[in-house]
Ligand binder design. Sequence first.
Ligand SMILES: Nc1ncnc2c1ncn2[C@@H]1O[C@H](COP(=O)(O)OP(=O)(O)OP(=O)(O)O)[C@@H](O)[C@H]1O
Ligand SMILES: [Mg+2]
Ligand SMILES: [Mg+2]
Length: 301
Amino acid sequence: MRIAVLSRNNSLYSTRRLKEAGEARGHEVHVIDPLKCYMNINMQSSSVHIKGKELPEFDAIVPRIGASITFYGTAVLRQFEMMGVYPLNESVAISRSRDKLRSLQLLSRKGIGLPITGFANQASNIPDLIEMVGGAPLVIKLLEGTQGIGVVLAETRKAAESVIEAFMGLKADIMVQEYISEAGGADIRCFVIGDKVIASMKRQAKPGEFRSNLHRGGSASLVRLTPEERSTAVRAARTMGLNVAGVDILRSNHGPVVMEVNSSPGLEGIEAATGKNVADSIIEFIEKNAKAHHTRTRGRG
Ligand SMILES: Nc1ncnc2c1ncn2[C@@H]1O[C@H](COP(=O)(O)OP(=O)(O)OP(=O)(O)O)[C@@H](O)[C@H]1O
Ligand SMILES: [Mg+2]
Ligand SMILES: [Mg+2]
């Protein structure tokens, strides 16, 4: 097969591994920078070009679209979908997963366990919002945050009120969440491919920190999932319409709760922690599932 990896940089670990794994399985793999692509959108035919050349036909495309280029990256991916290229994850599903509130709304509709979460636009609603999520301690999150930056633990109601007020004053979009203290500063990354969790790891925050992000000094280790955790992760990925997803779960007193579903989960941490060849499993999934014009939305966006 001829496979495109849509990625800004072919020296990134995940991109490199996907190229290696694809070639090891006998495929031709091209790394394509979505920002370098330009497109012809017309009635007769769609095409994608780079530096004056039309790109060849691909059998499948693996989107690795960073959060900062979601808008243009998904437009390029959609163009490939319209041309009939099989997307590992569809543009619609990626856009959906990038909106945290929309994601939580979709997951809750399917009865998937979530931390109690509230959001509001006006400062006058703050006291009621805090009440709704069960009072302090609680977690306040910037919707645009990443790598744990913009995630705050407010220990008291007073602290919560002033942090929420400050964020709202800056016109930042936030959500307020029940603090799952029993998770003990750990979360579980479930790497889902199709209808299976093919690898998982526990990430433990460093002492004195509640955020388990590896970028915040957390450490990864192997973990044994319960059947409920497995099925929660798989259902969360399916609800978002993602074939490949990194589902982050907290172990709460009321069972596993999903914190977020990532559409471009990194391979470095999970391959290092588990010793599994995750890139190979992704290529294998593509071999089994890639068909031209095979998206749930048929590229309609
Ligand atoms: N409600 C919560 N209760 C307990 N711990 C939480 C809660 N929300 C977040 N955390 C901790 O904080 C960390 C960061 O939170 P989260 O994953 O929501 O933000 P982020 O990592 O900045 O976002 P992204 O993963 O999209 O980059 C989590 O990995 C988890 O360890
Ligand atoms: Mg996170
Ligand atoms: Mg994330």
